[in-house]
Design a protein around this ligand. Structure first.
Ligand code: GDP
Length: 207
């Protein structure tokens, strides 16, 4: 993918609207305000495709961006918005879980974590749920520019150690910043490698 053509395809309000056209999907999830829109815009190499700094937790929509007619980048609704009511939190959780469980074409889900914070229950529970349900995922630490180098490394290592208390293997981990471009090449290269693997699998299937 060279991100020449990025189309906003659909904002799905319920599972019947999820595209089921066989095109691979790469999804982004995380707490509201974690920097998800900024990461998506960075990957898409667009300034304002995904909405940055909008009022969090208001909409329960899943937004699909079609890139070069090759893959969707999927913007899942931000969870854990403090002021959302119990009912809205439940609806949000259900929507994200439904998306994950219906995931025929989901090739990787990036879980975004703010690098400044200690591991939080809501993220750990989500990560464990993904693992238990066999959802392919990777972790992206965001806002890397907000910490000094040493502290950043310490926090990331502490997070990994926390995950290793429950899991034998770590998923791929990326450390990024939307301000300094830290990690953006690695993330793009990883997405590219997923796509390449898919192409190889597809051409093998056609042999
Ligand atoms: P979302 O709610 O998860 O989509 O988060 P946004 O992308 O809208 O970002 C939330 C806020 O954090 C905005 O004010 C962004 O400008 C800021 N932000 C996002 N990423 C970074 C980053 O890497 N570094 C810094 N310093 N601020 C960021």
């Amino acid at each position: 993918m060279n991100y020449q053509k990025v189309e906003f395809k659909i904002s799905a309000a319920n599972p019947s609207q999820f595209p089921r056209d066989g095109i691979p999907q790469i999804a982004f999830a995380g707490k509201s305000n974690v920097g998800k829109s900024s990461v998506i815009n960075r990957v898409l190499q667009r300034k304002k495709m995904a909405y940055v700094g909008g009022s969090p937790g208001k909409t329960i929509h899943i937004n699909y961006f079609l890139v070069d007619e090759t893959a969707y980048l999927v913007d899942l609704p931000g969870y854990g918005y403090a002021q959302a009511g119990q009912k809205q939190r439940e609806a949000l959780k259900k929507m994200i879980e439904r998306y994950c469980l219906l995931r025929e074409q989901l090739v990787c889900l990036f879980v975004l974590i703010d690098c400044r914070h200690e591991p939080q229950k809501i993220d750990l529970e989500f990560i464990n749920w993904l693992g238990e349900n066999g959802v392919p995922f990777a972790i992206v630490f965001t806002k890397g520019d907000k910490l000094g180098k040493v502290r950043l490394k310490e926090n990331v290592e502490a997070y990994k150690a926390r995950l290793l208390e429950e899991w034998e293997e770590l998923p791929p981990v990326f450390v990024t910043s939307a301000e300094t471009k830290l990690g953006s090449e690695e993330l793009t290269a990883y997405i590219e490698s997923i796509n390449r693997d898919l192409e190889i699998t597809r051409s093998r299937d056609h042999e």
